[in-house]
Design a protein around this ligand. Structure first.
Ligand SMILES: [Zn+2]
Length: 268
């Protein structure tokens, strides 16, 4: 686990639920039939996260695009562009962007940040922009238009590569968690309520973490299991682990009022 921040800078985390999907347990969990459990409904929430401390803002992921959502039957509750605008974030804002991984529901609106620094794992772009991702198993979770924008970022001078744990601001550390994808990143934030871990898709749901039941899409199952174990270890040390698609986050933390009422909560 990253060492406690040396400074006293603390952050607040705004989690915005921009979308939703009602699916089934059988469709979500990897090899679900092997558990001998009945199938049943399962709800997924789609989030973006905004970290703020003083004058600094870090945006974690950009959600899915309206095209990406429509093609897959995902519900758009509030477009990420509107949510960011409600928080005073515009395309020319002085913010940093962390891209946790390249799936359609995490990089769908990269064009909202045309010039800002972008933190990315080099293994993520190497995989998705390279030949090994050609298989339909992988292509199902990415969109060409998103990857074209990702390529532009990766080839620009605003990319900041992260292939080892790195404190990107005092109190915010980005940590590689290989498993769900080759360059999955987890974000660890020091808040007034303690350490918050945005797991993104290193863990989608609380049940996935507690029952050690992976989601169906992975590129490295051993790494995925190691990541779940590490998240449980951090939880045991007192960290608040926020799974990347957990719907109950909306009810478990204080709501954000105003334009984002019903869509967002404040963590820490
Ligand atoms: Zn996701």
């Amino acid at each position: 686990m990253p060492s406690a921040a040396a400074t006293h800078q603390t952050w607040e985390v705004i989690a915005v639920r921009h979308g939703r999907l009602l699916t089934t347990r059988g469709d979500f969990y990897l090899n679900y039939s092997g558990y001998g459990q009945p199938d049943g409904p399962l709800e997924l929430a789609y989030w973006i996260w905004i970290l703020r401390s003083g004058s600094r803002t870090i945006v974690v992921d950009t959600g899915y695009s309206s095209d990406g959502a429509q093609r897959r039957g995902r519900e758009v509750l509030i477009p990420p562009s509107e949510a960011l605008e409600a928080l005073g974030i515009s395309p020319d804002s002085d913010v940093d962007l962390v891209v946790t991984h390249a799936h359609y529901d995490h990089i769908g609106n990269l064009d909202l940040f045309p010039s800002q620094p972008v933190y990315l794992h080099p293994a993520e772009t190497a995989f998705w922009l390279g030949p090994d991702s050609c298989h339909s198993e992988f292509q199902a979770v990415v969109d060409d238009a998103d990857l074209a924008r990702l390529r532009q970022v990766a080839e620009s001078d605003r990319v900041v590569w992260v292939d080892a744990p790195r404190e990107i601001a005092p109190g915010v550390t980005v940590v590689p968690f290989v498993g769900h994808t080759p360059g999955q990143l987890v974000v660890v934030i020091e808040t007034a309520a303690g350490r918050v871990v945005l797991s993104s898709d290193a863990c989608h749901l609380t049940e996935e973490l507690e029952a050690d039941m992976p989601f169906k899409h992975n590129t490295d199952l051993i790494g995925l299991f190691r990541g779940l174990a590490k998240l449980r270890e951090w939880q045991g040390q007192g960290a608040i682990v926020v799974p990347g698609h957990e719907p109950s986050v909306l009810g478990n933390f204080p709501p954000v009022e105003g334009a984002l009422a019903g869509h967002a909560v404040r963590i820490g």
